[in-house]
Design a protein around this ligand. Sequence first.
Ligand SMILES: [Cu+2]
Length: 147
Amino acid sequence: MNEVHGDNDVVITMKGTHRGERVWFEPKGVAIEPGTTVTFINRDPGNSHTVTAYHPEIFDRVRRIPKAAKPFDSGYLLPGQTFSLTLTVPGVYDYYCVPHEMAAMVGRIIVGSPALEDWDESALGAGGVRGDVSAQFPSVRDIFNAR
Ligand SMILES: [Cu+2]
């Protein structure tokens, strides 16, 4: 299998306002090719954050990543720390920050496209997230349009 590095790699930043009133992933939605490495970096000087997949094996959450994908959890990242993830299974991945999910610190990664044979978008109908938090996930269409 080819490993993709360099130009194709993607960075998602964890951010917060000075006094912590607002925290977020930036960008909140990204589309990548299968095999791309995504690196998260905590650029919020005032908070620790996590990158955590919605998955029954992690805090018993409803699965919102492809069925064949391996669940992930960065643990707490201190300011300046990073976490990298290589995603190969095509589909829709939703993730959250453990301490800040209810503050809508969530994100969505799309791997590949619906044209792929093993595309899995079960995250879209999965539920398991409070309504106002669920509304924070960008639509698949918006993510593709922003590319
Ligand atoms: Cu957080």
